[in-house]
Design a protein around this ligand. Sequence first.
Ligand code: GLP
Length: 261
Amino acid sequence: MEVVILEDATQIGAIAADAIETLLSHKPAAVLGLATGSSPLAIYDELATRCTAGRISFRQARGFTLDEYVGLPADHPERYRHVIDTVFVSRVDFAPGAVAGPDGLAVDIPAACAAYESAIADAGGIDLQILGIGTDGHIGFNEPGSSLASRTRIKTLTRQTRIDNARFFGDDIDRVPTHCLTQGLGTIMSARHVILVALGRTKAEAVHQLVEGPVSAMWPATILQHHPHVSVLLDGGAARRLQLADYYRETYRSKPHWQGI
Ligand code: GLP
């Protein structure tokens, strides 16, 4: 796990976009795992800028979103499928239908989850997965107690996550859905490269557990310690509880620039 402590979201966006640009230059038909939430927004902004400038293209690429609320009407602005279209997909040049998400309106939810796993596998698996992290250590919507080997399935949201996400629902927790579909921890672990972004001091404890805590279902993101290629991109606030922060800073400073993350 590589920990990179940077100035701000803009710098994080540029470094993550560099990794995606490098991937697309080797593999134009790359498969990207796309996360919603505020943490990756600077990555999407930077990718949109580079795409508009003709520096990168997603024409042959595919995308799979991480998670989706269950039961939100198709036209609800907070449906993750709608959110990812707005913040990223509509701003770049993906082919029509190249980005898929779990179907939160499916009648047969287990079948929809199995179909989603098959679609990812049929696309050749995810080359690069973008992630945020919840204050309770969730990734996707894999809440504390999730199986560390889980695949795409339905989950019940914790009260903490519904409180955290109430800001998108008029600050009314009762309007936040109670259930979601999410790629499992096993699904996320199958991605070939994971870039996790955390911003701000509200994430500091979750980041400390992710990087330096014991691997535990109580902090689901800790499973990433078993992944061979994870880049954790942090601002100073999110890094403030790291015991080895100076070491991570020194390691990154002395790394050859051409190497990337
Ligand atoms: C939601 C999403 C996660 C995301 C998390 C953090 O719960 N399901 O994928 O990582 O929020 O969001 P933010 O980046 O806005 O803090």
